[in-house]
Design a protein around this ligand. Structure first.
Ligand code: NAP
Length: 240
């Protein structure tokens, strides 16, 4: 997909990886980008191609209203996300539901609302920003990992369902990027701009999956190994 001159929409565009998507889309020559956020007043509108829009993944009405306004969109970037840090066995069930509501149902609501808009413009593309934790869980990541795993296979299902209308559905996976969600975690982190660049490079090449960094590439490759197989020392270092 050539994004020059197109109109895009990014969720969670006020900070982190979402903000980097907006910047990268502008640098690559989009005509317009709807930068959506729970608080659109936080969106930087110094570039006149940026249109701030209210969109909360937990508020179906806000998504329907955004879809009624942004009828010219051909690229959706489903980026917004959280982590409650809830444990699956002992954690607060409401927090576990919040992870699932945000990553799975929230992202799916956006896709359902905008699929007809994309169809009306010849198909376009959807990007879902996921994680290496779509494929494994550790102590402390259980609820988030389950939500991202659900989002991953939702992405696969949506890709199949929207193929007929010509919509490319790309899944993006990464280990750790230097944003607020990872604040206080002492692990190697990539520049969040790298996520947006790799994803949009992939879009240009027609890639339905983008593995942004070493941890995501290693873990995806290890999925074919027997469950419980010990990673090599260098693999373990890369995904820690
Ligand atoms: N950073 C990493 O290491 C990493 C690794 C793997 C995957 N990811 C994924 O990358 C995506 C972006 O994360 P990030 O690193 O940029 O985190 P971040 O800096 O914490 O930003 C999260 C963004 O999502 C928005 N958001 C959260 N809940 C929302 C909701 N209900 N409705 C609308 N917007 C909502 C936030 O808005 P507010 O400002 O209103 O809170 C914020 O704009 C997420 O899907 C995350 O799971 C990140």
């Amino acid at each position: 997909m050539d994004i020059t001159g197109t109109t895009a929409l990014v969720t969670g565009a006020n900070r982190g990886i979402g903000l980097q998507y907006v910047n990268e889309l502008l640098a690559r020559g989009v005509a317009k980008v709807y930068a959506t956020a729970r608080r659109p007043d936080l969106i930087d509108t110094s570039d006149r191609r940026v249109t701030p829009l209210h969109l909360d993944l937990l508020d179906e009405k806000s998504i329907a209203e955004a879809a009624a306004v942004a009828t010219d969109v051909t690229l959706i970037v489903n980026n917004a996300g959280i982590t409650t840090g809830a444990d699956l066995v002992t954690g607060d069930l409401d927090k576990i539901r919040l992870d699932m509501e945000t990553h799975f149902f929230g992202t799916l609501r956006v896709i359902r609302a905008f699929a007809p808009v994309l169809a009306a413009h010849g198909g376009g593309a959807i990007i879902n920003v996921m994680s290496v934790l779509s494929w494994f869980a550790n102590e402390g990541t259980g609820s988030y990992s389950a939500a991202k795993a659900a989002e991953w296979n939702m992405t696969n299902g949506v890709r199949a369902e929207l193929a007929g209308q010509g919509t490319l559905v790309q899944g993006v996976h990464l280990g750790a990027a230097d944003t607020d969600i990872m604040a206080g975690r002492d692990v190697p982190k990539i520049d969040p701009a790298k996520v947006a660049r790799a994803s949009l490079d992939g879009l240009r090449a027609g890639s339905v999956e983008v593995l942004v960094d070493e941890p995501s590439r290693i873990v995806k490759a290890m999925l074919s190994a027997p469950l419980g197989a010990p990673p090599t020392a260098s693999d373990a270092r890369a995904v820690r």
